[in-house]
Design a binder for this molecule. Structure first.
Ligand code: SAM
Length: 563
């Protein structure tokens, strides 16, 4: 199989691709190294005050697990790094055992998730605005505050260890300030701080958005968007605030590791024997609660993959929808053999869904083109797909999959009516994955929505053009924000009257019957919400962390009506 234009064979992502990776927290034209740090940022995090002693001398006296957490936080705040990419390297560098690695992980993620609350507390204990503190000092204060107010670390241990860390890593002067501030923090426990800073109405028990923002450590604009989305999805008005709080709490809970065995390639049995439990929702899935999933059999080989169950279900649902008679893969009236189906993953990086789709395509005798514009992310896609035989550069005949490194907005014009199934897993705010990306809620801004929704719209238009008549399109976001989900669906239906919205919930429950059995189907726009024009209940689907223990994935399935 040879792809035209900017298409590249496996292993050779094209030079034409630019990093336009807004997907899940990434900005345009960013480059990240293996540690997840942006390159060439130098010391953009503002002035730093390091002590005069050599790093090797300093490190000797700092507690290694706290040091790993501190280094991760400073990389996040100074270099815009992703904590989940930096932390494993720091854990390895400090040779932390399982227990200490667990402590460092809780400390890092807890401090990042709880930043809204901890900053509100710290602001009352510091004699200047927090943004006037050196960033490493603020990072250390957040680590101290989380130990004092969010973990069961005895106060004296939290205080002493944080002060030593600051003395070793930043200097004696800042350690005095940190000592004084954290002593003030110890004056109240968590509940007392919440009562002071984020009171609830004594009569009604209701909290303002400002109070919820502190109580659950989310920016207010995200709280408003989540409330709106719950309302649009017909969640009962009575108890909606309690439901909103349950959702915010789910965002703050560490997610259980979800695994998937690539169909026809991965064997779940050894993983279950190694301590994983069978996944209750998705076929071929497992949950792992016991440490480093990287050590489980099959994970290194890539046939067992770490992937949120919501993501698994969207890929599987796209694969089961029947395509119309004009598309490939269906038997003609004469019974003649027809061409294999062609599948497209338009926004594939880093390749989670593409790997599952490629394995499903291989089983169904179809082929997959995985497209990604950012070169370094296209390489991640290639790594993800490596476990599936039949890559375009492999000796294997058949070429199950290939990679194109280019802008998905060009693909429709480049290859019109070429694909039977297309996944548009669009770049989005990622508000549905706050559990996994603890820093992203503080990075995202409401102003991100405009460019992202415009890009989603253009990618959808390109996908519609690339879709064969009778073909199936899956639109997916890892966000429940109405502008990225139900309103995007209404708009695409208006722009393309030849698109038919399918029973998405029906297909999701086909691949995950447990969703129905548990009486917990994905939610759909309510009749009176204004978000359902042109749609029926069930024909878009929203999963939720607090209802389904998945990321808040949205999916809408369409078919291009044959002319
Ligand atoms: C939500 S992520 C996709 C996640 C992926 N499907 C997975 O399951 O691993 C969105 C991806 O879209 C890519 N992207 C950004 N701009 C794009 C464009 N113009 N065309 C195609 N993809 C784009 C981003 O780089 C990012 O990798």
């Amino acid at each position: 199989m040879s792809e035209q234009g900017k298409s590249r064979r496996s292993g050779q992502p094209g030079k034409s691709g630019q990093d336009q990776g807004q997907g899940q927290g990434q900005g345009r034209n960013e480059r990240r190294n293996d540690q997840g740090r942006t390159r060439n940022r130098g010391t953009s995090g503002g002035p730093r005050q390091y002590s005069a002693s050599a790093p090797s001398q300093r490190r000797r006296s700092a507690d290694p697990s706290r040091l790993a957490a501190f280094e991760t936080l400073t990389a996040v705040s100074r270099d815009d790094a992703y904590a989940n990419l930096v932390l494993p390297g720091r854990i390895a560098a400090h040779r932390l055992d399982k227990r200490d690695a667990g402590f460092a992980t809780e400390l890092t993620y807890g401090a990042l998730r709880g930043q809204g609350f901890y900053d509100a507390v710290l602001a009352t204990c510091v004699d200047r605005p927090l943004d006037q503190l050196d960033r490493p000092v603020l990072d250390a204060l957040r680590l101290g505050a989380h130990q004092l107010l969010g973990m069961r670390v005895p106060s004296h241990a939290a205080l002493d260890s944080t002060v030593s860390l600051v003395r070793d890593q930043i200097g004696a002067g800042p350690s005095g300030l940190v000592n004084a501030v954290l002593r003030k923090v110890t004056a109240r426990d968590r509940e007392a701080w919440l009562d002071q800073l984020a009171p609830v109405d004594e009569q009604t028990g209701a909290a303002s958005d400002a109070a919820l923002a502190i109580r659950h450590s989310h920016p207010q604009w995200i709280i408003r968007a989540l409330r709106q989305s719950l309302a649009n999805h017909g969640r009962p008005a009575e108890g909606r605030t309690a439901e909103l709080e349950a959702l915010l709490e789910a965002d703050n809970a560490a997610p259980v590791v979800n695994l998937v065995a690539l169909p026809g390639l991965g064997d779940l049995q050894p993983v279950l024997e190694a301590g994983a439990e069978p996944g209750p929702l998705a076929p071929g899935s497992a949950l792992y609660r016991d440490g480093d999933a990287g050590r489980l059999p099959g994970v290194k080989e890539g046939t067992i993959r770490v992937q949120d169950v919501g993501s698994q279900l969207t890929a599987r649902a796209l694969a089961v929808v029947p395509v119309g008679s004009a598309a490939s893969g269906t038997q003609g009236a004469s019974g003649d053999a027809v061409a294999p189906e062609r599948w497209l993953d338009l926004c594939a990086g880093p390749g989670g869904k593409a790997a599952l789709l490629a394995a499903l395509a291989r089983e169904q005798g179809a082929t997959l083109l995985a497209n990604e514009p950012a070169e370094h992310r296209a390489r991640l896609v290639e790594n993800a797909l490596a476990a599936v035989p039949g890559g375009a550069s492999s000796a294997d005949a058949g070429n199950t999959w290939s990679i194109r490194c280019g802008d998905g907005r060009d693909l429709g014009a480049e290859q019109p009516e070429a694909f039977d199934r297309i996944l548009v897993d669009a770049p989005c705010t990622g508000l549905g994955a706050l559990r996994r990306r603890p820093e992203s809620r503080w990075r995202r801004q409401p102003s991100d929505l405009g460019p992202l929704t415009e890009l989603q719209r253009q990618l959808l238009d390109s996908a519609v053009e690339a879709l064969k008549p009778g073909g199936v399109l899956g639109y997916v976001t890892c966000s429940p924000h109405p502008a990225e989900t139900v309103f995007q669906v209404q708009d695409v239906l208006k722009r393309h009257p030849g698109l038919e919205l399918l029973d998405t919930t029906g297909y999701l429950t086909t691949v995950a019957p447990a969703l129905k059995d548990a009486g917990s189907e994905p939610t759909a726009p309510a009749a009176d919400s204004g978000a359902n024009s042109g749609t029926r209940p069930g024909n878009t689907s929203q999963l939720w962390p607090h209802l389904h223990a998945t990321d808040a994935m949205f999916m809408a399935l369409f078919r291009k009506v044959e002319s």
